[in-house]
Each structure stands twice: as structure tokens, then as C-alpha cells.
Write a protein that binds this ligand. Structure first.
Ligand code: PMP
Length: 395
């Protein structure tokens, strides 16, 4: 065991008794390289982060250029910083007119925190509707709208006034009332087991929000930036949210998040009191420069075609004993296996063979597959064959 692995187990706060514990030396494109000289194919992109692969040259170059100019200079929202403004412009150019203002933060959960506060302040209401099996992050507000009791119970009391209803259930939409500040949802539930919303149901959710004056918040932290084949998953549905939350793949590997809404809605952050939502590091110039290069590159590489090819190969190859379903959309895929035991064996076997897979937080019989969109078809096929062989060996 190296000194650093020893220190990892002694001094890094652990969140499980069984961390993967890979000692990373470097990462490039779809590969992770460990200190002991092994190469792994990263089929989960650090959980839907490195969509352009690790260390994409455009992202690295943008970071280096910004390093030569300045790092942090002031808390959020006071100084004009070129990388922030340039990225906000590029991002909002891709969004509908009603999503024209960006508040930058550092992570997904922070984006959701901001969105919940914004909805409360704008509507003057206190209640939220959220969904069973959702995941929105681990800070108190986001956890309050996360639909799994096992994660919530140890931290109660959480935010009051949150009603959980079933995803894709029409009758329960009556929970959305004139008391509801916002409905918060993932268009495709990620940690819940890669479960897409039904298009007609999504339209009904929008309709209920329109009728009651509740805001609709889409948590696209996992689905955003072409993971599902469109820049944002809401584009599949033709339903526009009032607030969209972003993070993960946004920064091209740098910590970056945002909640985006309309100028009208954001006005409420300016007064009563002024500065009522501030952050020191949100919109860090180096992260914004990276995010700008990341998005520019994603827009240039025909990401939808690459994502579609990944989905097609998965649907074509993953058949046979032990496999119950291939779920998801684009390159946000879940391989539903027969049971948890088989899933664990397959993940472990693939790990031994140099292919990194994962579970989702709420499901232990589903393999998460979220490759970098830039993965070459031959490497993808080889990696999928490794998975298939493992399933055949243990099913
Ligand atoms: N929302 C969704 C849908 C997520 O998948 C995640 C992370 N898995 C989060 C929020 C939280 O993001 P972060 O870990 O950056 O706080």
C-alpha cells in the first residue's frame, strides 16, 4: 500500500466501508490510469461528468489561458469577469428566451438549493412537490426534496411542507395546489434507477403548474449537456421549466453548477433584503472558462449522433439471460439485471477486467452506464463485450 493510499484510509472522511480505492495517477479521454500501471475504461464518466472525456484539450487550454489572467477576485455578482459573462451568453443562447439569466454555483446540490429559495421568494409560498425515488443532493434543502427515506430519516427534521408523489402518476398531480411554490423533478430520474418521465405526464405536470402558479424546476444536473442526446432533456419533451438546475458535465471536469431562470423571476434576489443569495466562489473564472470551452466543443462534435450511437449499441448488445431491461435515453443508461447479487458480481468482474461501472444510489440491481460521449465505437464495443461476458458467466 502506498503512503497516499494509507493516508486516504486514515485521513480522508469516508462515506462507505468499501470505497473503490483506486489510486489514480492520471486520466485521459475515456481512460483512468492507476499508480500500479493499470488502465481502466471509465464507463461512468465520474458519474456523468466528463462527457468530453478526461482532460479534453480545449478545456485544458481554456483553463491555462485563464490561469495566466486571474483566479478568484471577488464574491459573486460584483465584478464583470469575462469568462462568466461569455459563458452565460453562450449558455443562454442555447436556451429558450424565458431562461435568460444564470446564477453560477459550485455544485449540483447548491444549484437546487438556490432554485428552491428562488421559487419560495418569487411565489411567496412555502410548499414543494417532489417525487419518490428522486435525488437532488445532500445539503439540507436538496435532501428535503429527495424522495428516499433511508437517506432522509437520519437528518429529520428537514424542510417542512414537502409532499412526495409517484413519478409518472397522473392522479397524484392533484397534490400541486395554489400553496405550492414549486414542483422539482428530474426529467429522467438518475439515482432512482434511470427512469424517464412519460412525455404526456410531463405535459400534465407543466399544465398543473400553469393552473396553480407553481414554478416548475427541472433538475438537469445529470441529464444536461447532451447526456440524453439533446443538450437538455427537456427538449425531448417540449416542456419548458421555469428554473433549470445544472452541474456535473457543465464544467468539463471542473466544479461548476448553475440555476437558470427568467430575468423577471430573478428580480426577487435583488431586494428585501439586497444580497439575499450570495456565494464566494460561485462562477469561479477558471471554472467558467472551462465550462465555456466544454460547451463550445460539445456544440461542435455532433454530440447527439455520438450519444445515439452509444444507445444503439447498448440496445443491440445487451440481451440474454440475466438482463431484464436496458433503460434510459442516449448515453444515460441503466442495465436492469435479475438481482443485486448478479449485479455485484458483474460490476466486480468488469472492474477486474479494467472496465469501471457503477450502481445508482437507490438501486442495487441496476448497472449504470454513462460513457464519455467521445468514446470510440471499437472501445465501446470491447467494453460492452466485457460486461456481456461477465453477465453470461454469472447469470
Ligand atoms: N441532482 C441530481 C439529479 C444528481 O444526479 C446529483 C448528483 N448525483 C445532484 C443533484 C447533486 O449534485 P452534486 O453532487 O454536484 O451536489
Amino acid at each position: 500500500m502506498s503512503d497516499y493510499t494509507g493516508s486516504f484510509y486514515r485521513h480522508i472522511a469516508q462515506t462507505s466501508d468499501a470505497p473503490m480505492g483506486l489510486e489514480i495517477d492520471r486520466a485521459e479521454g475515456p481512460f483512468l490510469f492507476t499508480k500500479d500501471g493499470k488502465r481502466y475504461v471509465d464507463l461512468i464518466s465520474g458519474i456523468a461528468v466528463s462527457s468530453l472525456g478526461h482532460r479534453h484539450p480545449a478545456v485544458i487550454s481554456a483553463i491555462k489561458q485563464q490561469l495566466e489572467k486571474h483566479l478568484h477576485v471577488m464574491v459573486y455578482g460584483e465584478y464583470v469577469q469575462e469568462p462568466q459573462s461569455a459563458f452565460a451568453q453562450l449558455l443562454t443562447d442555447q436556451l429558450p428566451d424565458s431562461l435568460d439569466r444564470v446564477y453560477f454555483v459550485n455544485s449540483g446540490t447548491e444549484a437546487n438549493e438556490g432554485a428552491l429559495k428562488l421559487a419560495k421568494k418569487f411565489t411567496g409560498r412555502e410548499q414543494f412537490v417532489a417525487f419518490h425515488d428522486s435525488y437532488h443532493g445532500d445539503t439540507h434543502g436538496s435532501l428535503s426534496v429527495t424522495g428516499r427515506n433511508v437517506y432522509r430519516d437520519p437528518y429529520e427534521p428537514l424542510l417542512p411542507g414537502v409532499t412526495f408523489i409517484d413519478f409518472n402518476n397522473d392522479e397524484q398531480l392533484s397534490a400541486i395546489t395554489e400553496e405550492t411554490a414549486a414542483v422539482i423533478m428530474e426529467p429522467i430520474q438518475g439515482e432512482g434507477g434511470v427512469i424517464p418521465a412519460r412525455p404526456d405526464w410531463m405535459k400534465n405536470v407543466r399544465e398543473c403548474c400553469n393552473e396553480t402558479g407553481a414554478l416548475l424546476i427541472f433538475d438537469e444536473i445529470q441529464t444536461g449537456f447532451y447526456r440524453t442526446g439533446k443538450l437538455f432533456a427537456f427538449e425531448h419533451y417540449g416542456v419548458i421549466p421555469d428554473i433549470i438546475c445544472l452541474a456535473k458535465a457543465m464544467g468539463g471536469g471542473m466544479p461548476m453548477g448553475a440555476f437558470v431562470s427568467s430575468s423577471e423571476i430573478f428580480t426577487v434576489f435583488k431586494h428585501d433584503p439586497p444580497l439575499n443569495h450570495v456565494t464566494t466562489f460561485g462562477g469561479h473564472p477558471v471554472c467558467c472558462a472551462a465550462a465555456n470551452a466544454n460547451l463550445q466543443t460539445l456544440l461542435e462534435i455532433d454530440a447527439p449522433a455520438k450519444t445515439f450511437a452509444i444507445a444503439e449499441m447498448a440496445c443491440h448488445m445487451f440481451r440474454g439471460e440475466g438482463i431484464e431491461e436496458v433503460r434510459g435515453r442516449g448515453a444515460m443508461l441503466g442495465l436492469q439485471l435479475r438481482d443485486a447479487e448478479l449485479t455485484q458480481k458483474v460490476v466486480e468482474e468488469c472492474f477486474k477486467k479494467g472496465v469501471i461501472l457503477g450502481w445508482t444510489l437507490h438501486s442495487n440491481s441496476l448497472i449504470r452506464i454513462a460513457p464519455p460521449l467521445i468514446i470510440e465505437p471499437d472501445l465501446l464495443k470491447e467494453s460492452f463485450s466485457t460486461i456481456l461476458n461477465a453477465i453470461q458467466k454469472f447469470a
